[in-house]
Design a protein around this ligand. Structure first.
Ligand SMILES: [Zn+2]
Length: 901
């Protein structure tokens, strides 16, 4: 059969990277101008692939709104190929829901213009997540194209050692953990293998001889794909001439200007039977380990912390509250949420969230996070205001008594335990009543009252008044001018135990009948401030700052927990590289201070300060090695002899009834070129461990393959890392700390979580200094630790995810209302099922839930939304013909739509 070459024009559009956003943006305007002009003038220039991201249309029209009609014309006539995604996101550093919303919004935007290209397009993604096949199948796609993650062996090396992560051909079957299968297209010669085609005979011959041979080495059929474009590549204006020439030079080969549709239609007909099948996540497991780019998970850690915060604000706070409020108002802020999601997702491309761009880019990332977060907070407050207005609080307040009702919402999808601290307004003086400074002074004179907290049943619940204050504040009524006032507030702490997911409870802060005598008997911390204990855990702080913790359920004792390890880093934003033969510096060898900062019967907190003496930076060789572009692997720089003190202050908190030890580590970083990690030795021996990935608890090997050269094996997580044997297990929960490694130490496994990584250059194809990637600032990192026995593994996963979703507390007035003071919106699901979405459908305002299976076993689907009936949906929230499932298969993602009954 005759060879056929499909030349596909595109430009891989990193919106921001080694140049600030607007520098690339202005070039994008020129690119699209040129492409549109070419469509008008060259009838042989058939189509242009718009890099799989619809945001390019928005970026262009922002500058050239008058070109909308022309854009539409060329999308409708099939020349400009758009979608299917909103942006090209990093797969591992964006949440499960972010991965879905990128498709949902991208496909919705595509359909406003025409039809999306139905190919999962991941040309530059730094490794591919395991659930991609299922996610693609659930939006009706049967193909994904990607540039990394799989080793191709080609024809010269016909034996594939480990078929899971290697393929003989550039085409392969890709199977997800649930069994979903798609066709995978690897850009084996990169997504630029047909870039800049010469239009003079001699050069064209040399070019094609090489390019055809390169493609044939991996192609499984006679259909060869040539990607005519690269990063920010201007469109090739003489391509038609170059294609005509190629057809003249190679009479036995047909060259055509083509789109994915044409290439795929031909390819699918001729696929051979012997394609390899790769399985699950594709993270370059079978390579030498240097270029997995997994260390982007620890570059500019502040971005990852922001991302976790904003993702939770939208997914787990604003959307659930707005979904519940709809029942009262009949309104849902679809447009505002889409705007917030789009703003957040603009930070999700692989060069943005990965922290591997120049400083200007990441400053703008922070601004976008702030913007998306403020929208999320506004929408949450608006929805909560609608709910609390209708919650009956009159029944809590006895006739004539002074009471201050407030509502505690658990907006997460699962049961939550923990203490809640909130400010409650107890007296208000509006500005209309006097001069602000007088009003302030009047309130300041008021004597402190003692208060107690009662629940909806009128029972007094354990609580503490922590502080009081007088403060300025204001209301912004919807129909009146702003209302400023001065008010007195008391800060109250109470304990919430086993609060069901998506529920609220109402409390009343009321003057206490009598002053409570302070008792210290039941306090969580011991009087010497060295032991924290409740009914689940006992943690002892050692002189060297480490913890010995007993899981009282099983009696298993874990020692030497909470070690801090600091090493040099002479790599870049992409890749960590420790100086040769350098010895780590540990907190246990530093000056340690221990102090009790809080101790009641509800919660106790102990602060452990490690004053770590570490080098100020790498030595002077590093800058010269960076400037001369010596690859990190061959650098000889060491750490400087000059040192400084890095203060690492960790607050360890244990709450009554909680099965988690919670940590907040404040780091004052004055050092460059280093990496700080926290280590949790598990004292367990296992071959594999488990981590939170996209809709998947992924099991990863503790050991690397035989070809692995990199001394480290960094991995991604979102909310947790777990390691367990048959009897015991430990789960480290992380909040915006996406990088970990499982280390083998003395035959046992240690979980190491990166807290901070400081580097001075971008890396990649030149020298781009990034002084702000040194992260010279003060940061607070939060994480937690929990344990399990033979059972309860998934409980620790839910607890870990829940650490990221705080209780939401809103004060209200005493009034009657149609909603009960204590309300549960859903029936609790099995702890093996994790709810990721609780939102409304844009078309019909029905409730949409999405969940997945945390366990590798079939689980009955017992989710119920009160007063609603379920229908099975796909990821685009379109009803499926299939019946509502009664079970969730291992690794299955289930989306349901709920109609009021
Ligand atoms: Zn890229």
């Amino acid at each position: 059969m005759m060879k056929k070459v499909y030349i596909l024009s595109h430009s891989h559009w990193d919106r921001e990277w080694y140049l600030p956003y607007e520098q690339h943006h202005m070039r994008l305007v020129e690119l699209i101008d040129d492409v549109l002009a070419l469509f008008e003038t060259d009838p042989e220039f058939k189509s242009f692939h718009l890099d799989g991201q619809t945001i390019i249309l928005e970026d262009y029209l922002q500058v050239r709104p008058e070109k909308e009609a022309l854009l539409r014309k060329h999308i409708e006539n099939g020349k400009l190929k758009i979608g299917p995604f909103y942006i090209l996101q990093d797969a591992f550093l964006t949440s499960s829901e972010s991965n879905v919303r990128n498709m949902l919004i991208g496909i919705e935007d595509s359909r406003k213009w025409g039809a999306p290209v139905e190919v999962g397009y991941f040309p530059d993604t730094f490794g591919n997540m395991g659930q991609t096949p299922q996610l693609m199948r659930q939006v009706g796609f049967k193909t994904a194209a990607f540039g990394r993650g799989v080793k191709t062996t080609g024809f010269n090396n016909a034996v594939v050692d480990d078929e899971k992560y290697a393929s003989q051909f550039s085409e392969m079957w890709w199977k997800g953990p649930d069994g979903s299968e798609i066709l995978g297209l690897l850009f084996a010669n990169w997504y630029s293998n047909g870039n800049e085609v010469p239009d003079t005979p001699e050069e064209a011959k040399a070019f094609w001889d090489q390019k055809l041979a390169d493609a044939e080495q991996y192609a499984s059929t006679d259909h060869l794909l040539m990607m005519n474009g690269c990063d920010h590549q201007p469109v090739q204006k003489n391509l038609s001439k170059a294609i005509r020439l190629a057809n003249e030079l190679y009479p036995d080969v047909t060259f055509i200007h083509a789109s994915f549709d044409e290439y795929l239609a031909a390819l699918e007909k001729d696929l051979p039977k012997n394609l390899n099948t790769v399985t699950g996540e594709l993270t370059s497991q079978e390579t030498d380990g240097w270029y997995t780019l997994a260390n982007t998970a620890s570059s500019r850690m502040y971005l990852k912390q922001w991302n976790a915060r904003v993702s939770r604000q939208l997914e787990n706070i604003a959307e659930p509250l707005a979904t519940m409020a709809y029942e009262e108002t009949g309104e849902y802020p679809h447009d505002q949420l889409t705007y917030a999601w789009k703003t957040l997702m603009q930070n999700h491309p692989h060069d943005s969230i990965c922290g591997c761009s120049v400083d200007e880019v990441h400053r703008e990332n922070v601004t976008r996070f702030e913007k998306a977060n403020e929208v999320g907070k506004y929408l949450a407050d608006e929805a909560a205001a609608q709910l609390i207005k209708n919650i009956d609080t009159a029944s809590l307040s006895e006739e004539g008594s002074n009471g201050y009702p407030f509502v505690v919402f658990n907006t997460s999808g699962s049961e939550k335990t923990g203490s809640v601290t909130t400010w409650v307004e107890v007296e208000r003086l509006p500005f209309s009543e006097g001069m602000p400074q007088e009003l302030y002074a009047r309130l300041k004179e008021r004597k402190g009252l003692d208060f107690e907290v009662k629940n909806a049943q009128g029972e007094v619940v354990p609580s503490h008044i922590i502080a009081d204050k007088v403060d300025f504040h204001y209301d912004l009524p919807k129909d009146k001018f702003r209302q400023p006032f001065v008010a007195r507030y008391v800060q109250v702490e109470l304990l919430m135990t086993d609060v069901p997911g998506l529920s609220w409870q109402t409390f009343l802060l009321a003057p206490a009948a009598e002053k409570k005598a302070a008792s210290t008997e039941a306090n969580i911390a011991s009087s010497n401030g060295r032991v924290l204990e409740n009914r689940w855990l006992k943690a002892e702080i050692k002189d060297n700052g480490t913890l010995t913790v007993e899981n009282k359920d099983t009696g298993k004792v874990y020692e030497n927990l909470l070690q801090f390890e600091d090493v040099g880093d002479i790599g870049n934003e992409y890749i960590f590289k420790q100086p040769e033969n350098e010895r780590p510096i540990y907190s246990m060898d530093s000056d340690i201070e221990v102090q009790t900062v809080k101790n009641t019967e509800l919660a106790a907190a102990i602060e452990i300060t490690a004053n770590m003496e570490i080098p100020v930076s790498a030595d002077e060789r590093l800058e010269e090695e960076q400037r001369s572009m010596i690859e990190f692997r061959y650098r000889e720089a060491q750490r400087s002899k000059e040192t400084t003190t890095m203060v690492v202050k960790t607050t360890v908190t244990l709450e009554k009834d909680s099965r988690q030890l919670k940590f907040a580590t404040k780091i004052v970083n004055n050092s460059k070129d280093h990496r700080l990690r926290v280590l949790f030795p598990t004292s367990l021996q296992t071959d594999t461990h488990f981590a939170d990935s996209i809709f998947e608890v992924v099991e990863r090997p503790n050991k690397v393959n035989k070809d692995w050269q990199n001394p480290t094996n960094p991995q991604h997580t979102h909310a947790f890392v777990n390691l367990h044997d048959a009897e015991n297990g430990m789960t480290v929960a992380t909040v915006g700390l996406n990088e970990y490694e499982v280390l083998a130490q003395n035959d046992q496994q240690t979980i190491a979580v990166t807290l901070l990584r400081s580097v001075g250059e971008l890396g990649d194809w030149g020298y781009f200094p990034t002084p702000e990637a040194q992260c010279l600032d003060t940061y607070t990192m939060t994480y937690a630790l929990s344990f399990h026995g033979q059972k309860g593994i998934e409980r620790t996963y839910q607890e870990a995810m829940n650490v990221q979703v705080p209780f939401s507390v809103y004060q209200t007035s005493v009034h009657s209302g149609s909603l009960k003071p204590d309300t549960q919106f859903i029936a609790q699901t099995d702890e093996r099922l994790a709810l990721t979405a609780f939102k409304r459908n844009k078309e019909n305002n029905q409730i949409v839930t999405r969940l997945y299976n945390l366990a590798n076993e079939e689980v009955s689907l017992d989710l119920k939304v009160m007063g609603h009936e379920a229908q099975n949906c796909n990821l685009l929230e379109e009803p499926e013909k299939t019946a509502n499932p009664s079970v969730v298969e291992p690794f299955e993602i289930v989306t349901q739509s709920w109609q009021k009954n």
